[in-house]
Design a protein around this ligand. Structure first.
Ligand code: FAD
Length: 357
């Protein structure tokens, strides 16, 4: 039986690549900060920084909320390897016993987190879109539960466990998952879902330099070269304005109009899966459950019906503008501004008027 009292603090794996912090690392620090304060007592949020020559990143982690930074620095950690990173993270977790460990659901986070969870024999909830601390009532969150799936846990006891919510069954319902028997509680979280804290100039914290016990023999692959994709990367996650097109565009040429639109408003081109599956645009533009989760200031949905899997990736946008010829389309219902009409007429009109505004 695991003694829960031995486990303390919220750890955030603050992923860096080439000496740059990933956006999702800062978002998760903000979320970790919130959770740690909700748990209360002297619970801290700790940034876990793994790599080589990462000193310059430490002040930034404090400014975005970290109370403590655990730094694991070694030439053997210069490039991400599943073996190396899994070993040092697992060792550190075993030594310090954090209560919660969060990872960004990036390619690396999705590779690393399950390995660590398996070694620690604990649970992991992938692709969470919401996290909460149980302050009293599971039943409030779980519409259907059985005593079996709560494993004898009292749903009313407010045990401060982590409630991990993610879309399930193709996005048709949200499932809230708890980790009643093991620690730590582990989750990966989609980029673009959580809020960064406001950068706090002058904020400092405590640095813990963790001794790295790693030899070449622990790593079974050798990184010979890192080849970056030469094509232009679509930065949907960080975009302030996104102009997305769907099946309503009619054909691949329809995206010429969307590109012109995006260029005019200073936005990035997004797409529905129907448009991607039709071969009109590359998958890297896809927004939604199986694409990218986005949270821009303005999301233009052009000829997109608003299927639940698409909404899952963009419904937290600040302002949603729907352009659709069907007034009853779900996207028109959730939009802040719903423009009913043929997109081939509406979009050129917006482009023409944009400069006049
Ligand atoms: P449609 O649903 O066909 O809608 C087209 C819209 O265009 C309609 O509302 C129509 O009124 C409008 N329209 C037509 N002509 C015009 C015009 N001239 N002017 C204005 N409006 C017009 N989908 C995603 O987008 N992202 C995902 O990540 C995703 N993941 C999925 C995962 C799973 C497991 C499954 C099962 C599905 C997933 N889908 C995803 C697919 C999703 O269910 C929908 O099929 C898809 O989003 C529909 O795309 P759409 O809105 O472009 O097309």
């Amino acid at each position: 039986m695991v003694n829960f009292d031995e486990y303390k603090n919220v750890w955030v794996y603050t992923e860096q690549r080439d000496g740059k912090l990933m956006n999702v690392a800062l978002e998760l620090l903000g979320e970790g900060y919130r959770l740690s304060r909700e748990i209360g007592g002297d619970t801290k949020v700790c940034a876990i920084l793994v790599g080589k020559d990462t000193d310059h990143l430490i002040p930034e982690l404090y400014k975005y909320g970290a109370d403590q930074v655990y730094q694991m620095d070694s030439p053997l950690l210069a490039h991400y390897t599943t073996d190396g990173y899994t070993k040092v993270m697992t060792d550190a977790i075993l030594a310090h016993k954090p209560e919660i460990v969060l990872f960004g659901a990036t390619h690396i986070g999705r590779d690393l987190a399950p390995r660590i969870a398996a070694r620690l024999d604990t649970g992991l909830t992938a692709d969470c879109t919401r996290l909460d601390i149980n302050t009293g009532n599971y039943m409030h969150y779980l519409e259907t539960y059985t005593t079996a799936n709560l494993n004898g846990l009292d749903p009313e006891d407010g045990n401060k466990g982590l409630k991990q919510t993610r879309p399930a069954f193709g996005g048709n319902l949200m499932a809230t998952i708890v980790t009643p028997n093991t620690r730590p509680q582990m989750a990966t979280v989609r980029p673009g879902v959580m809020e960064k804290r406001k950068r706090e100039e002058g904020k400092s914290g405590e640095l813990i330099q963790e001794k790295v016990q790693l030899t070449e023999a622990d790593i079974h692959v050798e990184v010979l070269d890192v080849v970056k994709e030469a094509k232009e990367l679509v930065s949907l996650t960080d975009a302030q304005i996104i102009c997305s097109g769907g099946r309503g565009l009619g054909n691949a040429e329809g995206f010429e109009l969307i590109r012109e639109f995006a260029q005019k408003v200073g936005g990035v081109v997004g797409a529905s899966r129907a448009a991607v599956d039709s071969g009109w645009i590359e998958q890297s533009h896809q927004v939604g459950q199986t694409g990218t989760t986005v949270k821009p200031k303005i999301y233009f949905a052009c000829g997109i019906s608003g299927a639940i899997q698409h909404l899952a990736g963009m419904q937290t946008s600040d302002i949603i503008v729907a352009i659709n010829k069907d007034p009853d389309a779900p996207m028109m219902q959730i939009a802040d501004y719903a423009i009913c009409g043929d997109l081939k007429k509406v979009i050129p009109e917006i482009i023409a008027q944009w400069d006049e505004e």
